[in-house]
Design a protein around this ligand. Structure first.
Ligand code: SF4
Length: 383
């Protein structure tokens, strides 16, 4: 089973009005104190995940490109001293346009970061304003070029579609602009505001009828248009919202989708430990201040931990495995969890194939493009 390490850095230059992540705009980031907390927590995580070999390390956020490189370097060194890290392991850092300069990127590269994920979201001024982003399309292009100049050969760009007043043509144009830069990986998410916390401004505005988003059908057309642009540019859809050049699929996210283990440190970070046929899930406090206090008091930022039974784990594996275009290997899953998956869900599987949502070759159950677009509904049939 694959293992990775996730580190969360919660600070941003400003808080985007659609954001429900554990993130906070802070004029002065407590770089030293936050780093010390993460270092201390990593020690406790190593005791929970002894003897693992990491295939990926992921710095997510927030905006981890705001982390002072020497402090991030301390964290990377600590990870390498606590676990063995596979040669050529993916080491990703999320970055936002406007938080990037060549010296900083070069320093991250020097420390061993070998993949950047840049939060472009859109190149169009009106869409960036609608999303409350503080950077421009030009900043995004500059961030990408700076990444290349600093030696990054594995760069991912994030896009969002389904924004207020966005059209199918504008969404396609964003995808085309991303393709024109030639990154190795592109993520394209539809803007989702339902089910978010009350304090997320755009979610609140939507509930009050003060914000009108394109309807589902238009968003689905945007998704089709984006996919067509990316396919034409040579990017294969390997997961519902993720596209890559061959061999450049994200190692870290793939680990989540395939039921791997991950240790986590940092405010709001979540970890998963396999235990027997089920596991344990940990979630850290989402407030940076409380997170640091918890670690300083107790050694970890745990706000909750829950046991995941084999049946729950099975459902999660099906839910996440079906996100992948390659599908889910049910024979391996049966051996791993010692559960009769194909017998238990024979009817559901037959119906998925019968309705033209996917295919089953006796081992792999995979959804086609239509099935992937209806992933949540299809997955619910197993629950
Ligand atoms: S930059 Fe990212 S993490 Fe920070 S507030 Fe905006 S969406 Fe959230």
């Amino acid at each position: 089973m694959q293992f990775g390490v996730y580190i969360h850095f919660p600070y941003c230059l400003s808080k985007c009005p659609y954001c429900d992540f554990a993130s906070r705009a802070e004029a002065v980031i407590p770089q030293q104190r936050y780093t010390e907390a993460v270092l201390r927590e990593l020690g406790a995580r190593a005791a929970q995940f002894p003897g693992r070999e990491a295939v990926s390390i992921y710095f997510g956020g927030g905006t981890p490109s705001l982390w002072d490189p020497p402090q991030l370097g301390r964290v990377l060194r600590e990870i390498r001293s606590l676990w063995s890290v596979r040669t050529g392991a993916e080491v990703t850092l999320e970055a936002n346009p406007g938080t990037t300069d060549e010296e900083r990127f070069a320093a991250f590269r020097e420390l061993g970061v070998n993949r950047l994920s840049i939060g472009v979201q859109s190149f169009a001024p009106a869409q960036l304003v609608a999303l409350g982003r503080k950077h421009s399309g030009g900043d995004a292009v500059r961030a990408f070029e700076t990444a290349r100049a600093a030696g990054f050969r594995n760069v991912s760009l994030d896009l969002i579609h389904g924004v207020e007043r966005q059209t199918k043509e504008l969404a396609a144009s964003d995808a085309a602009s991303a393709v024109a830069l030639g990154p190795e990986h592109i993520s394209c998410y539809a803007l989702t505001l339902t089910g978010l916390a009350e304090e997320v401004p755009m979610a609140r505005a939507l509930r009050r009828g003060e914000l009108a988003l394109p309807d589902d059908e238009v968003v689905s057309d945007m998704g089709d248009a984006v996919r067509a642009e990316l396919a034409q540019g040579g990017y294969a859809r390997y997961e519902i919202s993720n596209y890559a050049r061959r061999g450049r699929e994200a190692v870290h996210n793939s680990l989540y989708w395939r039921g791997g283990e991950y240790a986590a440190a940092g405010c709001g970070a979540c970890g998963f430990l396999r235990e027997g046929r089920g596991g344990v899930r940990f979630a850290n406090d989402r407030s940076p201040e409380r997170y640091m206090e918890r670690v300083e008091r107790a050694g970890t930022g745990d706000a909750s931990s829950e046991r995941v039974s084999p049946d729950e784990h099975l459902r999660e594996r099906i839910f996440t495995g079906l996100r992948l275009a390659e599908g889910i290997d049910l024979a391996t899953l049966e051996r791993d969890l010692d559960l009769p998956v194909r017998d238990r869900y024979g009817e559901v599987i037959a119906r998925i194939a019968g309705e033209g949502l996917g295919s089953f070759d006796g081992v792999y159950l995979r959804l086609n493009d239509r099935g992937l677009d209806l992933h949540s509904e299809v997955s619910l049939r197993f629950f």
